[in-house]
Design a protein around this ligand. Structure first.
Ligand SMILES: Nc1ncnc2c1ncn2[C@@H]1O[C@H](COP(=O)(O)OP(=O)(O)O)[C@@H](O)[C@H]1O
Ligand SMILES: [Mg+2]
Length: 230
């Protein structure tokens, strides 16, 4: 459960002030597949970065599973990200010199509670699930965009994070690959009851979301559940 209260993020550039988030108040339930929509510049990425502890709000509160995250120091934030969150970005963000297997294993390796055998097995499971096991020794550049995004999703979920954050994960994909990514999100949401917070500006993605909030100028202008099963 995520509780967001009156969240503000103001960027100051010289004399100019940009209110990227202007008083966002929102609860996100466990297991929800939430879509954040809105025009370019409306504050979607900023909101995702605040929730994912990738950036610090100017004011307001974020409480995640009972923890007021503003009280965490940098080390605690890193641990929170590593143990609780997974991230998928629009540009895949794979490490170019690491193989598929190494990329996927990376977040599992960084955790101190896994043996090598455990994270290797977890990576094999997830690569099998996304249909990329036969590419485990390939480098990212040897894969198509859709395949790279599937690998980045595998990396994001290998630790079975409570919350998956995705910022326009289909932005560089064609419809077929976009559908594959969204189907994968729907599967992991249903199988693992994983909370997914996904930014999108494609209308047809709405079919996948349980609930959609729309942002405009850093404010929530609509918030509604869809007919999609939850
Ligand atoms: N690092 C930054 N410095 C200054 N302004 C920024 C920065 N990041 C975002 N902004 C501004 O904040 C607003 C919201 O940006 P963003 O959250 O990236 O929107 P979206 O993801 O919806 O396109 C925009 O006006 C953008 O220009
Ligand atoms: Mg954005």
């Amino acid at each position: 459960m995520i509780t967001i209260g009156d969240l503000q993020k103001i960027y100051r550039m010289g004399d100019v002030e940009v209110r990227a988030l202007d008083g966002v108040t929102l609860d996100i339930a466990k297991g929800e597949f939430l879509g954040i929509m809105g025009a370019s510049g409306s504050g979607k990425t900023t909101l995702l970065h605040m929730l994912g502890l990738l950036d610090i709000p100017t004011s307001g509160s974020i409480v995640i599973d009972g923890t007021d995250v503003s009280q965490l120091n940098d080390y605690e934030k890193t641990m929170f990200r590593l143990y609780k969150f997974g991230y998928v970005f629009q540009d895949y963000a794979l490490v170019p010199d690491l193989t598929v297997m190494e990329n996927v294993s990376l977040p599992a390796m960084l955790r101190k509670d896994r043996t090598e055998e455990q994270y290797h097995d977890a990576s094999i499971d997830i690569l099998t699930k996304i249909g990329m096991l036969d590419r485990q020794d390939h480098l990212p550049r040897e894969l198509s965009g859709g395949q790279q995004q599937r690998v980045s999703i595998a990396r994001a979920i290998v630790n079975k994070p409570d919350i998956l954050f995705a910022d326009e994960p289909c932005a560089n994909l064609d419809t077929e690959n976009s559908r594959m990514v969204l189907d994968l999100f729907r599967d992991i949401n249903e199988e693992m009851q994983q909370t997914i917070v996904m930014v999108s500006h494609e209308d047809w993605h709405k079919d996948y979301f349980h609930r959609i909030i729309s942002l405009q100028d850093g404010k929530v202008i609509s918030d509604g559940t869809t007919g999609t099963k939850h």
